[in-house]
Design a protein around this ligand. Sequence first.
Ligand SMILES: Cc1cc2nc3c(=O)[nH]c(=O)nc-3n(C[C@H](O)[C@H](O)[C@H](O)COP(=O)(O)OP(=O)(O)OC[C@H]3O[C@@H](n4cnc5c(N)ncnc54)[C@H](O)[C@@H]3O)c2cc1C
Length: 418
Amino acid sequence: MQTYTEVGSAPTRSRKTIRQRVVIIGGGTGGITVAAQLARKGVHDVAIIEPSTRHYYQPLWTLVGAGVAKAEQSVRDEARYIPKGVRWIQDYAVEIDPEQQLICTRDGVRVQYDFLVVAPGIVSDWDKIEGAAETLGRNGVSTNYAYDLAPKTWEFIQGTKEGVALFTMPNTAESGYTIKCGGAPQKIAYMAADYFRMMGRPVKVIYATAGGLLFGVPEFCTVLQGVCERYGIEVLTKHELIGVDPVRKVARFALKDKPSETREIEFDMLHIGPPQRAPEFVRESPIAHQEGQMVGFVEVDIYTLQHKRYPNVFSLGDAAGLPTSRTGAAVRKQAPVLVNNLIQVMNGKEPTKRYNGYTSCPLVTAYGRMVLAEFDYSNNPTPTVPFIDTCKERFDMWLLKKYGLPWMYWNLMLRGLA
Ligand SMILES: Cc1cc2nc3c(=O)[nH]c(=O)nc-3n(C[C@H](O)[C@H](O)[C@H](O)COP(=O)(O)OP(=O)(O)OC[C@H]3O[C@@H](n4cnc5c(N)ncnc54)[C@H](O)[C@@H]3O)c2cc1C
């Protein structure tokens, strides 16, 4: 079973010291992609600190929750993706000292670096929702944001014959908080609504978001409003989930435009989009933003991905302090920029490549339909697929999501080829 809390224990007394020219913290989407690209460019003396023996393709979990993919299809052995010649330190980083250029691990190993890439992803803060952690996976309460819970979402969707299916999106406007793939909490609402429609079940679908809009980019917001109307989904804005009572099957919301008020909504099934933030060892390290909206995330230049105060430190992916939607698609565009700039800095030059905030969210809107939302830091649509209108719901984009993107991830991106 995957655990839902992060490991934040202090390092044991250091016994062993490892020295590496480049150290990457995290062997997930960002860490492996960067390692693979560095290897292809002939950069040696690289190590990855990564505790897990398993590598997850998380975007598949939406389809797992909707019953069209198996959780096992989203996981492979990490060892297969550590590039040849790269050292794998199978351990948790627990402390970063950028002055001493030193990482301490949970097992007490000291890892000395010349250059550091920080990519440990983000963690869900279940404690922010009273009663949630205790009931996840039971009583109709689930999330697609964990490998072993996504199948539960499908179980609960199938088990809902009538009543209310409730889907929530957390408050990402709060300093230090975010959610990866901000579209995922609504994608599963659309799939569930389509399922209930196909089965002819009288289930009311409610999508409750702490934000004020369905989607931040107007072009896609309009399309998604149409999708909600088609299914009769009730959209509640400014509703932040703050508690779950699994016995009464009631969700409690703080109303963002009426600060002293809360509202309770009864549910038969509940899918939670969890509030997420940087891992504790990053939040508490000197490399994190110390204040502001991005507090706790790695303080990098949003274009070069180089740290603002420690020029030998870079970051990408979910843990980086970048004001864009956190996705694997964003990582795919960030990685070549980071690798290029890192090599320039290793050669005593200034970084020149720039990341424009590109991200993409494959919004599945029905069984067999998908809108590909692609945009940048300015929330401008930035379509990359030639000749077709990806702002519309399309069957070919659904095929891309179900088959094309997973293939590309395992065979190209993690191999440093895309
Ligand atoms: C339900 C869901 C749906 C999604 N849908 C999409 C989608 O459709 N399209 C899309 O592009 N993206 C999607 N994403 C987002 C995408 O998976 C992430 O944005 C991407 O994986 C981020 O890469 P990362 O390297 O920053 O983090 P991760 O891939 O999460 O990797 C972080 C790694 O760091 C390791 N780590 C953690 N703590 C430590 C530590 N202390 N020391 C060392 N290593 C550590 C972890 O074990 C992990 O391997 C989705 C995510 C979810 C959960």
